[in-house]
Design a protein around this ligand. Structure first.
Ligand code: NAD
Ligand code: ZN
Length: 379
């Protein structure tokens, strides 16, 4: 390809300061180094994790930075040593990688790759500790190893899943974070039994994907818990059978759920990022067998406080990144499930904006409106 090995100038949305609108401007993107690939991003969407690091209220501030991690695109060029990807491949970049060589990648029990596991504070490439983005020679930092709010980005090859080229990229981009995170948290980690009762805390795209997982697993009651009552109508389409808004009760939500379920839910999946909801999720599960799974990204200073009796009473607490999926091994299979009509991704996509309007996607998420807003990079 004509651009391989050269610096590319393209548009990117740069976060220069915490909480200030992103600036869509020209940046330079260096060629991929050893074991890296340069991707042309076609569609990206906004996940709440991007918003946390942009606000930088509960996370370490790193600026200027190019955010974005839920996306789909095409390989433009590959660096030295990359053998499994070639220009033209359709791909999903993922915020946590799979080197396929470390003890975690070799273990069936882990998706926490030693080399490429999620690291939100890392702002440069692993190979040489440098950023591949710059503006007038000033480095612009990376985010989650993906930085997809750019027409071109450089990613470690181990963080890229090659998928069936027939998959519509404007839909499967939500598999690159939100859908797999929530769906996998339920089906791979919480593992509800048929006929069981599952509570989902937080009914954004991640939580509703978790609800979808509970529905597919055959849960008979799926109780959605959210502070935003507008979520409830939407949640029915994702299998939620009942709703609780903690603000509408004087009792703690744990007690409300215990009364509704004769002692507690069988499984709880927390998808809010709020520490109180995390504690409530654990305390809401039934003693003897209940399992709570944490998915929300916590505030950097958060501490989980609960009485140890919950554990003595045989409640289990777990947490997961990316729904326990191994991105390169499992994501192509999930894409095939979508192509066979087994997964409905369309219902997660409530808005769509052109790249120049990317700040609107932030406004929608801050207002608690909609689920996923697709950002069309070529407009
Ligand atoms: P979202 O903003 O669309 O949805 C979050 C929902 O939680 C909102 O509807 C909000 O009203 C609700 N909520 C907030 N506090 C609550 C509380 N105390 N009790 C009940 N409901 C509450 O966000 P999203 O994009 O769906 O992401 C959800 C969470 O998952 C975020 O914390 C995000 O950072 C995290 N996340 C984790 C992973 C992972 O791999 N573990 C991956 C992606 C996202
Ligand atoms: Zn995400």
């Amino acid at each position: 390809m004509a651009t391989a090995g050269k610096v590319i100038k393209c548009r990117a949305a740069v976060a220069w300061e915490a909480g200030k609108p992103l600036v869509v401007q020209e940046v330079e993107v260096a060629p991929p180094q050893a074991m890296e690939v340069r991707l042309k991003i076609l569609y990206t969407s906004l996940c709440h994790t991007d918003v946390y690091f942009w606000e930088a209220k509960g996370q370490t501030p790193v600026f200027p930075r190019i955010l974005g991690h839920e996306a789909a695109g095409i390989v433009e060029s590959v660096g030295e040593g990359v053998t499994e990807l070639a220009p033209g491949d359709h791909v999903l970049p993922v915020f946590t990688g799979e080197c396929k060589e470390c003890a975690h990648c070799k273990s069936e029990e882990s998706n926490m790759c030693e080399l490429l596991r999620i690291n939100p504070d890392r702002k440069v490439m692993i190979a040489d500790g440098q950023a591949r983005f710059s503006v007038n020679g000033q480095p612009i930092y990376h985010f989650l190893g993906t930085s997809t709010f750019s027409e071109y980005t450089v990613v470690h090859a181990g963080c890229v899943a090659k998928i069936n080229p027939e998959a519509p990229l404007d839909k499967v981009c939500v598999l690159s974070c939100g859908f797999c995170t929530g769906f996998g948290a339920t089906v791979n980690v919480a593992k509800p039994k048929k006929g069981s009762t599952v509570a989902i805390f937080g009914l954004g795209a991640v939580g509703l994907s978790a609800a979808e997982g509970a529905r597919v697993a055959g849960a008979s009651r799926i109780i959605g818990v959210d502070l935003n009552s507008n979520r409830f109508e939407t949640a029915k389409k994702f299998g939620c059978t009942e709703f609780v808004n903690p603000l509408e009760h004087t009792k703690p939500v744990q007690e409300v759920l215990a009364e509704m379920t004769n002692g507690g839910v069988d499984r709880a999946v927390e998808c809010t990022g709020n520490i109180n909801a995390m504690i409530q999720a654990l305390e809401s599960v039934h003693d003897g067998w209940g399992v709570a799974v944490l998915v929300g990204v916590p505030h950097k200073d958060a501490e989980f406080k609960t009485h140890p009796i919950h554990f003595l009473n045989e409640k289990t607490l777990k947490g997961t990144f990316y729904g326990h999926y191994k991105p390169r091994t499992d994501l192509p299979v999930v894409v095939e499930q979508y192509l066979k009509g087994e997964l409905e991704l369309e219902k997660f996509i409530t808005h769509s904006v052109s790249f120049s309007e990317i700040n609107k996607a932030f406004d929608l998420m801050l207002a608690g409106q909609g689920l996923r807003c697709i950002i069309r990079m070529d407009e």
